[in-house]
Design a protein around this ligand. Structure first.
Ligand SMILES: Cc1cc2nc3c(=O)[nH]c(=O)nc-3n(C[C@H](O)[C@H](O)[C@H](O)COP(=O)(O)OP(=O)(O)OC[C@H]3O[C@@H](n4cnc5c(N)ncnc54)[C@H](O)[C@@H]3O)c2cc1C
Length: 500
């Protein structure tokens, strides 16, 4: 019997992993990717010997990666040459004080007690709560296939309402643990990964701080793009065919089914099912005919974006550790400006990554590779943001903050710069509004309430990736891929190589 065929739109991490799952189960899979290489947001470029990961720089939630690689029949530890990054981040506050987040409890005690006497005890309680949140949320929310409302709203899940504190605002909840505003920001900034301000994010997200300290932040030798390369290898071994420079223009639908896709070059490719890994709002707005649903998608809330700078530098800045976060005193104003005004804060919090500190091969000998990421608002409806001016101001902000570490001559040592604004994110990866994390993760867009992995009308159209369930991040994209592929195989009546 002829094996069923599936077209995957997009070779992001979710698309590659879904393709591999399907191919392992005997499906004929073709991945169509608009760009000329795989990876999507987890992208890389190399210039004059400087290697830049342009998207993710942190391998977090390693236990999820382990499970997902295992579900693809591969050991994560064999696929990736991982090293633990500890301290994870070096935080630098406006007054020049710092905090190195580390799993070394003695070092944590010493630093925390210097900032706020008595806070170490609060820290231990906070991490303990994060542990509870992590276990409940990964088991019952992240790693769960919500097909019906009753899968989510049921007596078993009722205790989650007080167990994972979804209705407590994360930042305000920090009062229970710390008084010093620097510590409140030190343990809530991760919410921005979810596209949320800690002033509105559920306290559930204390799980991020817990997993970073308990399970570690890791770095694959060769950079984060190794995750993509490892997944492509698995997919190709399973028989997946990739076609690059192949943008899809429309999904071919009729009634309640899809029959394949139409590419921008005019080709029509037929398939038994389509799995879209391209950003879900992009699929609704550009690849499908239903204008009402597209309009509803537009009204959803989107995560923030970034202005990112990639610098090849002619000397090494040893005083820069791998991950440095400059956290602004006007923490609340920062989020109000990014999320409320869709702009760049006056004094933005920002992140600098020096990968050569972890892997010398990321820069030529005696030189440095630096990335600076400045969170900004996503693209506005009326296009009134002046991204050139915002970018230039953001660059000055990075230089200014680096002076806190005694770095005052970076401008003189930059050999070349590449920069991205929200316009770049939209153009490169079709991210609606240039929102780097897709739909944000507020309560009405989480778990069951996040767009389903299957289209509500077209019964053989599926979704995997950041804007569908469970949500943003590389390991979650792999979970999403498994959920979508399992559902698709069930619908096709094909036995899955791995069950959910
Ligand atoms: C700056 C930044 C930093 C981040 N940091 C981290 C981090 O440290 N750790 C972490 O875990 N996560 C991080 N993330 C999030 C993570 O990168 C994403 O959640 C994840 O890569 C999303 O994968 P995805 O499967 O949704 O696919 P995407 O990456 O969105 O890929 C979708 C693919 O579809 C293609 N496509 C779109 N439209 C079409 C079309 N019409 N036809 C054909 N192809 C199409 C795109 O080109 C793209 O290749 C970061 C993201 C960004 C942007």
């Amino acid at each position: 019997m002829k094996s069923p065929s599936v077209i995957v739109i997009g070779a992001g991490v979710g698309g590659i992993a879904a393709a591999a799952h399907l191919a392992h189960s005997g499906v004929h899979v073709t991945v169509l990717e608009k760009n000329h290489r795989p990876g999507g947001r987890c992208d890389r470029f190399i210039r004059d010997g400087h290697v830049f990961d342009t998207g993710p720089t942190l391998l977090v939630m390693p236990l999820l990666y382990e499970t997902e690689f295992a579900a693809l029949g591969v050991s994560m530890r064999e696929a990736l040459d991982l090293q633990r990054v500890d301290p994870t981040y070096h935080l630098v506050f406006d007054d020049g004080s710092g905090l190195a987040l580390t799993s070394d409890l003695n070092a944590m005690r010493e630093q925390l007690e210097t900032i706020e006497p008595g806070s170490y005890h609060g820290f231990l309680r906070y991490v303990e709560e994060g542990c509870r949140h992590y276990q409940l949320a990964t088991g019952r929310l992240v790693n769960h296939d919500f097909r019906h409302l009753t899968d989510f709203v049921n007596l078993r899940n009722l205790p989650l309402v007080y167990q994972v504190k979804p209705f407590a605002h994360h930042y305000h909840h920090m009062r229970a643990y710390f008084d010093d505003p620097r510590l409140k920001s030190a343990f809530t900034f991760q919410d921005v990964y979810m596209g949320l301000s800690p002033f509105e994010a559920p306290a559930t997200f204390s799980m991020m701080c817990y997993t970073e300290l308990a399970h570690g932040v890791w770095y694959p030798r060769g950079g984060m793009y190794r995750v993509v390369e490892a997944l492509v290898e698995i997919a190709q071994e399973a028989g997946v065919e990739f076609e690059f420079d192949a943008p899809v223009e429309r999904i071919d639908v009729n009634g309640t089914a899809t029959h394949g896709v139409i590419l921008e070059d005019g080709r029509r490719l037929a398939a038994d099912a389509v799995l879209a890994n391209a950003d879900l709002p992009h699929v609704y707005q550009h690849l499908l005919p239903d204008e009402d649903r597209a309009a509803r998608m537009d009204r959803k809330r989107y995560s923030c974006s970034t202005v990112s700078f990639f610098w090849g530098v002619d000397q090494v800045y040893e005083q820069l550790p791998p991950h440095t976060l400059f956290l602004a005193d006007d923490y609340r104003a920062n989020f109000d400006s990014i999320i409320g005004d869709l702009g760049l804060p006056d004094n933005p919090s920002l992140y600098v990554h020096a990968p050569a500190r972890l892997d010398r091969s990321m820069a030529p000998t005696g030189q440095d590779t630096l990335t600076a990421i400045v969170p900004v608002g996503h693209l506005s409806e009326n296009g009134d943001q002046d991204w050139r001016a915002i970018r230039d101001r953001a660059r000055e902000d990075v230089f200014r903050r680096l002076r806190l570490l005694g770095i005052d001559d970076l401008q003189d040592h930059i050999k070349f710069e590449v920069n991205y604004t929200p316009l770049s994110w939209r153009k490169r990866y079709n991210l609606v509004k240039g929102a780097t994390h897709g739909l944000c993760h507020n309560l009405t867009q989480l778990a069951y309430f996040r767009p389903d992995n299957r289209h509500p009308r077209y019964h053989n159209l599926y979704f995997a990736g950041a804007s569908t369930r469970p949500g943003t991040g590389l390991p979650t994209a792999m979970v999403s891929a498994r959920l979508a592929a399992t559902r698709l195989l069930e619908d096709l009546g094909v036995e899955a190589a791995v069950a959910v």
